[in-house]
Write a protein of this length. Sequence first.
Length: 147
Amino acid sequence: MPRAKYTKPSSGPLASEHIRRSTFRFRGDQWRQLVKLLPDKLASLSAPSEYVDAAARESRVPGWTLKTIADLIVQMTEEEISSHLTAYPLVAEGLNNRANVRAAIRALRTALMPFTHGWVDPDTAALIPARLDAALLSCVFGWSTIR
């Protein structure tokens, strides 16, 4: 079985247009409960017009408008939860698997070769810790070369 496909680092991050964004929304009753948890002062202050306009363009409910700072806080919380739900699977499954980590370490070791094999002057080579290559090698192969 060819192993070459397991030794190359990933082609890089996905282009943003290929990432499927998660959308999280509070139900109406949840929204009202969250607003009630915030200080009353925030529910009485009007939201800035630029946020009101942006929320109207992206509204999930026709005719709904952002009115107060409390509404703005809940809406921003929805956005943050959506971002987390979008990013978590990308990091947990896509980038952080064992094969990708090993391939990235191999690529780093290759990049360090001029420093570890004496191909650069001593002052430049001193920028890289002496045991770094051995530590990376033990990560890739599980060898205990460092004592």
